[in-house]
Design a protein around this ligand. Structure first.
Ligand code: AHR
Length: 350
């Protein structure tokens, strides 16, 4: 019997018992407690969110909260793990104890999920992974995943840089990059870093250093300040998200340098990912951020569709990649090609 059907059945029996006035044994005192969700027959979704480290993350949480409302028949239990995997593991165990209908996990890193996801599987609770991926020994430990192709995001951004440098006649050996990385071990960090490293190798650019930025503005600023003191020839700061880029821009300006596309004139180019906040879009329009690889955070409706399919016995695709754009305020490069696929650059008007 499905869990919801079972719940409805239990509720019906309890209602009948209460209505008939003959409680089990000694009446009211012995009644089983019925949770609100059971009373209303809501679908209970336990969502373990990474944290609130970036504008992207906040938009992602908001998308889930706006989607899984009581009006639409859901109870959402949201747990913010504050970037700690152990907190996510604890949250999942709590969801299992509470016998939620679905567990949605936005994992902080890829590794370390086998044990707790086996517990969820043993409890018969379907797990849906969003955003970053999990690296597990048995793919049956989760129903499906929905998120971005992070490596493609990185490759597209680097192809934009290659095309830009080519059209401005900037020689590859003059391109000196630092990489402000996202949370180490997160799929988005792994993919965007790989996209860059492959392009560095293919194009003959210099990758001066990779530094931890942890997807936050504070770390982005701290890392960029340190790198600017260490190297005097940085001309591209590849930030693995917009918040790091905001910090990098602060650091560049505080060091008395100028941010912008004109590398030949001594400006430092800032590149980033997400394109979620107004500030990021405004910076792209003004040229403070030269290029943004879009990362779409609006997964709430996508997860809801998966849950509705599962409710109806329809097996969702195991992996669902979201289509994403690439933005720039500069019209030098209008399209790029990656793996025989042409992507039009979305030029943001001033
Ligand atoms: O995993 C997606 C990344 O996580 C986003 O690019 C970043 O902003 C967030 O914190």
């Amino acid at each position: 019997m499905g869990k919801n059907v079972k719940k409805a059945f239990i509720c019906a029996i309890l209602s009948l018992v209460l209505l008939s006035g003959c409680g089990i044994g000694y009446g009211e005192e012995k009644e089983e407690p019925v949770t609100e969700a059971e009373n209303e027959d809501l679908i209970v979704v336990g969502f373990s969110q990474v944290g609130a480290e970036s504008d992207w993350r906040k938009a992602n949480t908001e998308s889930m909260v706006k989607t899984f409302t009581r009006d639409k028949g859901y109870e959402l239990i949201l747990e913010d793990a504050q970037q700690k995997q152990q907190n996510q593991i604890t949250a999942i165990r709590t969801f299992i104890q509470r016998e939620v209908d679905y567990i949605v996990l936005a994992p902080v890193t890829e590794d370390g999920w086998d044990t707790v996801l086996t517990e969820a599987k043993d409890a018969g609770i379907p797990v849906i992974i969003v955003d970053r991926m999990v690296n597990v020994s048995d793919p049956e430990l989760f129903k499906c995943w929905v998120g971005s192709d992070f490596e493609l995001e990185g490759r597209k951004a680097c192809e934009w840089l290659r095309a830009y440098c080519e059209s401005k006649e900037i020689a590859p050996e003059e391109v000196n990059i630092v990489d402000i990385q996202g949370t180490a071990g997160a799929s988005s960090q792994i993919g965007r870093t790989k996209g860059l490293k492959d392009a560095v190798r293919a194009n003959g650019w210099n990758l001066l250093e990779e530094a931890a930025g942890e997807y936050t503005q504070a770390k982005g600023r701290e890392a960029t300040s340190r790198l600017l003191r260490k190297y005097d020839n940085i001309n591209v700061v590849y930030c693995e998200n917009d918040n790091e880029a905001f910090g990098a821009i602060e650091a560049i300006e505080a060091a008395g340098r100028r941010v912008g596309n004109n590398i030949a004139a001594g400006q430092i180019m800032v590149m980033s990912f997400d394109g979620v906040s107004d500030q990021a879009i405004d910076y792209a329009k003004s040229g403070k951020i030269s290029c943004i690889g879009e990362c779409n955070p609006l997964h709430g409706p996508r997860v809801e569709k998966i849950i509705q399919n599962l409710q109806q016995g329809v097996t969702p695709d195991k992996y669902e990649y979201v289509d994403e754009d690439i933005f720039s305020g500069d019209s030098t490069v209008t399209s790029i090609e990656v793996d025989d696929e042409v992507y039009t650059i979305k030029i943001l008007g001033k």
